[in-house]
Design a protein around this ligand. Structure first.
Ligand SMILES: Cc1ncc(COP(=O)(O)O)c(C=O)c1O
Length: 378
């Protein structure tokens, strides 16, 4: 079935008793066994829950995966995925990535004796070189990266990882399966902060991991049940409901982002602009090949720290907040928000400075967004 159809009917047709079109919310913690050795398919909701399963099966279908798992947050999903590795393994990781993921890797996963090698994953040659080291057992990419929106060539990386038997994990939060499906290009697992576009309303924290093979699905099911960071039934239902409008929302997010990017491009107060939808952007051609759209995240460096402070204090339509992928347009200051826990040397290396802002373009009328930016950049 086509993606729009899977989205529109996410969670429908699953209750033959009532014919409910909206998937019912099953808050039950435990399920009655018909008799010894028998199960309805559900025993205990940490292991599996009907509402969560409806979401997970919809997500696996959307992604072209074998199995999906819904977690209590994007970081919980990432934590579960990194538990697939064994002590002593090294994982090559996109260097400009969400600061919370960096914190998870540096402050927790290192205790399990995992090592991380940070690199520019838009540089396919650099990735190939890193993966030639035998201790490197995994590749984790965020594409578009955060906050510089660099694009990894998923097809090329899929080939490189397959040849070397390296586990390839892609955080596809900024694009969603509506625009890009990393498993189609050779990724083994896709991960999401479903808090963002998938949830799409700024009213839910959730994470998803989608496995491309049965074996990985079984391992993730074991990890999820053993560690327990599941998504609850109500949030699972809310996320299912959000999926139904995902394609429509993304279309409008993207239309607005293209308008905003062309306004910012060449503006006197904007020193650097990062948006892969611009034909001049370094990642444009690769993203055009592997995605049906460019997303709606824009990063920009303005002319001064004073300008940053003025923007954050003065915007009237944009809101100064730390998230993305919602109806409301948000402006984020990565240095003190999303990337506050990245160590200073890493920030310096990336060029992540106090002039950089990240915009999540929402669903408002673009004229209001333009007027807001025009006023604070003037
Ligand atoms: C790209 C990306 N991945 C993962 C996460 C973590 O997700 P959550 O906040 O749902 O735990 C975020 C959060 O901002 C993110 O931007």
């Amino acid at each position: 079935m086509k993606i729009d159809t899977i989205l529109a009917q996410a969670g429908s047709r699953r209750d033959p008793i009532t014919g409910a079109i909206s998937m019912p919310i099953h808050p039950s913690a435990a399920f009655q066994h018909p008799s010894l050795g028998q199960s309805t398919g559900f025993d205990y909701s940490r292991t599996s829950n009907p509402t969560r399963l409806a979401l997970e099966e919809s997500m696996a279908a959307l992604e072209g995966g074998v199995a999906a798992f819904a977690f209590s947050s994007g970081l919980a999903a990432l934590d579960a995925v990194f538990r697939l590795f064994s002590p002593g393994d090294t994982i090559a990781v996109t260097e400009d990535l969400y600061g919370g993921t960096y914190r998870l890797l540096e402050k927790f996963s290192r205790f399990r004796n995992l090592d991380f090698l940070y690199l520019d994953s838009s540089d396919t040659g650099a990735v190939a070189g890193a993966l030639d080291q035998p201790r490197v057992k995994g590749l984790f990419v965020e594409s578009p990266s955060n906050p510089f929106l660099k694009i990894a060539d998923l097809d090329a990386l899929g080939k490189i990882t397959r040849e070397r038997g390296v586990l390839f994990i892609a955080d596809n939060t900024f694009l969603t399966p509506v625009l890009c499906r990393p498993l189609d290009f050779g990724a083994d697992i896709t991960v999401y902060s479903a808090t963002k576009y998938l949830g799409g309303h700024n009213d839910l924290i959730a994470g998803l991991a989608v496995a491309g093979t049965k074996e990985l699905g079984e391992k993730l099911a074991f990890i999820q049940n053993a560690t327990g960071a599941i998504l609850g039934p109500f949030e699972s239902w809310l996320l299912l409901r959000s999926l139904k409008t995902l394609a429509l929302r993304l279309k409008k997010h993207e239309e607005n982002a293209a308008i905003i990017a062309s306004f910012l491009n060449g503006h006197n107060s904007v020193k650097k602009l990062y948006y892969p939808g611009l034909p001049t952007d370094l990642g444009h051609a690769v993203l055009a090949r592997q995605s049906s759209g460019f997303g709606a995240m824009i990063s920009l460096e303005v002319d001064s720290r004073a300008r940053v402070e003025h923007i954050l204090a003065s915007v009237k339509v944009f809101m100064f907040a730390e998230s993305l992928g919602a109806p409301e347009s948000l402006v984020t200051f990565p240095l003190v928000q999303t990337h506050a826990d990245m160590d200073p040397a890493a920030l310096e290396r990336l060029g992540l400075n106090d002039h950089l802002l990240r915009l999540s373009i929402g669903l408002e009328d673009p004229a209001d967004l333009l007027a807001d930016l025009d006023a604070v950049l003037a």
